[in-house]
Design a protein. Structure first.
Length: 362
């Protein structure tokens, strides 16, 4: 295999562009065991995701997990699959399209906006290669994870730079680390909750469920737990909630090690046992609905709450294509592009003059 990826043909008169790449977790191509196996293998082989010695984990992964989990996961994916395919893929694709439109309204019509998945398709490599052929010389990488974690944001950036390291002519790069306390993001979350409350009274308890990570990552310096707590606090303040009206918890445990607590499943069980009349659940760590929100919370979480004696369970959808969220995302992008678009405009004019002077074909 060549050391470097192929480069597009160079032209003196082409206009360099700025690219924005949204990166999300990923999804299998289909809700089948056959499609889940390579997806899970790629995901669970990532050392950022599974931080245990490689050899024993390789034996566990290939000898046990990949022979049992694909079929189990396929059933779960099948329960949320839509006519448009994976909800996460559909929402991410729509976000990219709406983001481009909103940035165009803000006067940035020349931006190349695209999306990729850390695991599965479209891959980061395929999209970055395409953006390179589109003349992207300045690139903003934006993982769609509000709270930074090594197992989400960092691995997305890792993969992007791995691809970039194989480019002979690398673009200039900026990255968005997190946006857990961005005012626009917080206000979009608050508006989503208020919109939900228009159809009924606020619940006895607002449960804010974030994706979990192993406890030891916090002890080793991962800021994820603190950023989740800050997001939850800011959302509660925006909604003017008292401390007894909301709870922050963590879902999606995997394996036997201790994860961040309290666990969402245990909280919902306790609220059910307490005969709580009504709970609302929102997942602020996900900007788009996916398996973890639609199946794990809206289905499994609801069953846990009701089976333990709870009353009404209401799931509040993620931000998805909400206009207020798209506006907030556009502002995050604009803030991180500051100074770049002006420079590119000057570069384009200079290249055009140079090409004209050299007699290059237009």
């Amino acid at each position: 295999m060549p050391r470097y990826l192929p480069e597009p043909e160079f032209r003196h008169d082409y206009a360099p562009k700025t690219g924005v790449l949204l990166i999300n977790l990923g999804t299998p191509d289909a809700p089948t065991a056959q499609a889940l196996r390579p997806y899970l293998k790629q995901f669970l082989s990532d050392p950022r995701v599974i931080e245990i010695p490689r050899l024993p984990w390789w034996l566990i992964l290939n000898g046990i997990i990949l022979n049992t989990r694909p079929k189990q996961s396929a059933r779960k994916y099948a329960s949320i699959w839509t006519k448009d395919g994976s909800p996460l893929l559909a929402h991410t694709r729509n976000m990219a399209k709406l983001l481009k439109g909103k940035l165009g309204e803000m006067g940035r019509r020349d931006l190349v906006v695209d999306y990729a998945m850390r695991y599965g398709n479209p891959s980061i490599e395929s999209v970055l290669t395409k953006m390179r052929t589109q003349g992207v010389e300045k690139l903003l990488l934006l993982p769609l994870y509000p709270q930074y974690a090594a197992s989400s944001s960092a691995t997305a950036i890792d993969e992007a730079f791995h691809v970039l390291s194989r480019m002979r002519n690398m673009p200039e790069v900026r990255t968005v680390r997190h946006f857990h306390d961005d005012p626009g993001y917080i206000q979009a979350l608050a508006a989503q909750v208020r919109k939900h409350w228009q159809y009924g009274q606020p619940a006895n308890k607002l449960v804010m469920s974030f994706h979990g990570v192993p406890r030891f990552t916090r002890d080793k310096g991962d800021p994820y737990h603190c950023e989740c707590q800050k997001t939850g606090r800011l959302l509660a303040e925006a909604l003017q909630l008292r401390p007894d009206q909301y709870i922050i918890c963590f879902q999606s445990r995997f394996g036997r090690t201790e994860w961040l607590k309290p666990y969402t499943s245990e909280i919902l069980a306790e609220l059910g046992k307490a005969k709580t009349a009504q709970v609302d659940v929102i997942c602020p760590g996900f900007v788009g609905d996916c398996l973890e929100t639609l199946e794990e919370i809206a289905m499994e979480g609801k069953e846990t709450f009701l089976s333990h004696g709870g009353g009404e369970f209401r799931y509040i959808p993620c931000l998805n294509e909400d206009p207020q969220w798209i506006a907030a995302l556009s502002q995050i992008v604009a803030n991180n592009l500051a100074g770049w678009t002006e420079c590119l405009a000057e570069d384009s004019q200079a290249r055009a003059r140079r090409a004209h002077d050299m007699g290059a074909a237009s």
